[in-house]
Design a protein around this ligand. Structure first.
Ligand code: F6P
Length: 321
């Protein structure tokens, strides 16, 4: 079989481990792999590159993706998808593995339906928001990055007795905020999954300061609101009576860097399952991980709501002051 592989949407650390695993697993079973550069953009433009075991050497510890990625709006239009299908046919690709999040999987579904090509997805997004799977590649590394950054911010927050609003990524979801917030002992975690009224924040700050807390760190998921806006709100409500107020947006610092051992190992496992699924005749779906086992799920399951760790959020409230 001639297998194509691409990365689409936001890069996530561990994608390279998946690519390496796909290439070497396929090769070990006598199959060939072709990389598509720049995700769906490369499919439209016909950017293919042969990948053998040597081409994927030395990439396990590299963040980002050696295949490059893009957010390609044109793939939503049939005329451009038809161009992509023509390129896939010309390249002789008989099955495709796509790495990305739920948006990437929507594109994959269309390829299956319209071009009749087997496509298997591998959930790769730091947001960890793909339904049907407990884990998405890149999440663990993003958490490590966020935790390291918040720990550093705490040094300054304590030394200057400040209030810090730290905005973390997650698109519309609060997975990173909940776990990074609990792991760093943040005084407050704000996520879009919970309607925590901002009017309560000044009271919490006052309570913490009266208890003798040096700092007050709020980890706010970008989906809840912006750190800068919250800062302005707090300044207008309490000024700097309880300490100077600063806002930090961690942004893309969370998405890069060498993948953790979890993302590397999970990446290798997900990659192997994806190859085996294609070779065993699966025609459509993504690799999902639940309770220690791998499954192939329909793409539509990726759109199902996935719950954040409510227990972690509850615990943080109990331990925060
Ligand atoms: O989906 C991953 C993610 O990093 C989100 O957390 C964030 O909202 C978005 O991508 C940022 O996208 P971009 O890198 O295109 O600005």
């Amino acid at each position: 079989m001639r297998i194509g592989i691409l990365c689409s949407g936001g890069d996530s650390p561990g994608m390279n481990a998946v690519v390496r695993s796909v290439v070497r697993c396929a090769h070990s079973m006598g199959h060939r792999v072709v990389g598509v550069k720049r995700g769906y953009r490369g499919l439209i433009e016909g950017e293919f590159v042969g990948l053998g075991p040597r081409e994927v050497g030395g990439i396990l510890d590299r963040g980002g993706t050696i295949l490059l990625s893009s957010r390609e709006e044109r793939f939503k239009r049939l005329e451009f998808r038809e161009k992509a299908y023509e390129n896939l046919r010309r390249e002789g690709i008989e099955g495709l593995i796509v790495l990305g999040g739920e948006g990437t999987f929507r594109g994959a579904e269309l390829i299956c339906e319209e071009a009749g090509l087997p496509v298997i997805g591998v959930p790769c997004t730091i947001d960890n928001d793909v339904g049907g799977t407990e884990y998405c590649i890149g999440y663990d590394t993003a958490l490590r990055n966020a935790v390291e950054a918040i720990d550093r911010i705490r040094d300054t927050a304590s030394s200057h007795e400040r209030i810090f609003l730290v905005e973390v990524m997650g698109r519309k979801r609060g997975f990173i905020a909940v776990e990074a917030g609990l792991a760093t002992g943040a005084e407050l975690i704000l996520v879009p999954e919970e309607s925590y009224p901002r009017e309560k924040i000044p009271e919490e700050i006052k309570k913490a300061k009266e208890m003798g807390k040096l700092h007050f760190i709020v980890v706010v998921a970008e989906g809840y609101g912006s750190a800068e806006e919250l800062r302005n709100y707090l300044l207008s409500e309490i000024g700097e009576e309880y300490g100077e107020i600063r806002a930090t947006v961690l942004g893309h610092l969370q998405r890069g860097g060498t993948p953790t051992h979890t993302d590397r190992i999970m990446g290798m496992k997900f990659g192997e399952v994806a190859v085996e699924a294609l070779l065993s005749g699966e025609r459509s779906g993504f690799v999902a991980y639940r309770e220690g086992r791998f499954y192939i799920e329909d793409f539509e399951k990726a759109r199902e709501y996935k719950e954040i760790d409510r227990e972690a959020l509850r615990l943080s409230r109990r331990l925060n002051l």
